[in-house]
Write a protein that binds this ligand. Structure first.
Ligand code: PLP
Length: 278
């Protein structure tokens, strides 16, 4: 069989991913963060390792700012429902996947927000100046894809991020088609919320994704505490040093995950994944 659906979910995964998953399922598959026994600590370490690796990969502010989700759709919904309040205007584009356009449209139909869709040019690219022109006093969020899943066109997110900062707006990027393909630096690109899947070009298993939440969403008036900005819970018993920064100032990923990460890096952040899906 020739598998051609990589932009929906990648297959096959590198051998090191299968090995890491197999070893994890055989030896460490306990409840993380709820007990002090060896397997629970190992499971917690795997989560913590993954947060550290993601923080390195996307140059995040802290590993604790990555919330694991079911997929990219889940991360996007979490972001919209976490930061938008009644009366907000959201600026988005006509290039968005259903996972962005449908929840936003539902919130618009419910009378919760107003929505402005900026149109791409004939080449399939958004002009940042069109976004700037769409900003009003009610705008809270600019939400856009990093690359269109239909056209493959990569969008000027760093420029749009700069505009968002200039106007003190939140900036959300849907990196479903770029995480693991194109380098993303959330600080340099002024990204406040980065939603991405683990199961596409990051080459992880299905049922994985994450939302990065920067420091700004929480500080804006009226915005609920975004889940990722809440510090990791303290354990009632068998308290593990894993989440303590003093104990683990740098990433110390387990050999399996480190191998998977190295394979990924060796590919020059690229896979054969075409920028297209469904
Ligand atoms: C641009 C874009 N955003 C979001 C998604 C949703 O990703 P997931 O399948 O992880 O929910 C996809 C899926 O193909 C996509 O292409």
């Amino acid at each position: 069989m020739t598998y051609l659906d990589n932009a929906a979910t990648s297959f096959p995964k590198p051998e090191s991913v299968y090995q890491a998953l197999d070893a994890f399922a055989r030896h460490d598959l306990a409840n993380p963060g709820r007990a002090g026994h060896k397997m629970a600590l190992a499971a917690e370490r795997a989560l913590d390792d993954c947060r550290h690796l993601l923080n390195q990969l996307f140059h995040g502010k802290e590993p604790e700012r990555f919330v694991f989700t079911l997929n990219c759709t889940d991360a996007l919904n979490m972001a919209f429902k976490g930061v938008l309040i009644a009366g907000d205007q959201v600026i988005t584009t006509d290039l968005e996947h259903n996972s962005v356009s449908r929840p936003l449209r539902a919130m618009e139909l419910a009378g919760h927000i107003t929505l402005t869709r900026v149109r791409a040019d004939s080449g399939g690219t958004i002009n940042p100046d069109d976004i700037r022109r769409a900003i009003t006093k009610q705008t809270r969020l600019i939400a856009m894809t990093h690359a269109s899943n239909v056209l493959g066109t990569v969008q000027p997110v760093a420029e749009v991020g700069r505009i968002a900062r200039e106007h003190d707006l939140l900036f959300l990027v849907d990196a479903a088609q770029t995480a693991g393909v194109i380098p993303i630096d959330v600080q340099e690109m002024s990204i406040d919320l980065l939603a991405f899947p683990g199961h596409k070009s990051l080459l992880g298993p299905t049922g994985t994704g994450a939302l990065y939440v920067g420091r700004r969403p929480r500080s804006l008036p009226g915005v609920r505490a975004a889940p990722a900005a809440i510090p990791p819970a303290r354990h009632s018993r068998g308290s593990s040093p894993i989440s303590s920064k003093a104990a683990r100032p740098t990433c110390s990923a387990s050999p399996g995950w480190r191998r998977a990460f190295a394979t990924f890096k060796k590919r020059g952040w690229r896979t054969s994944t075409p920028m297209r899906s469904r």
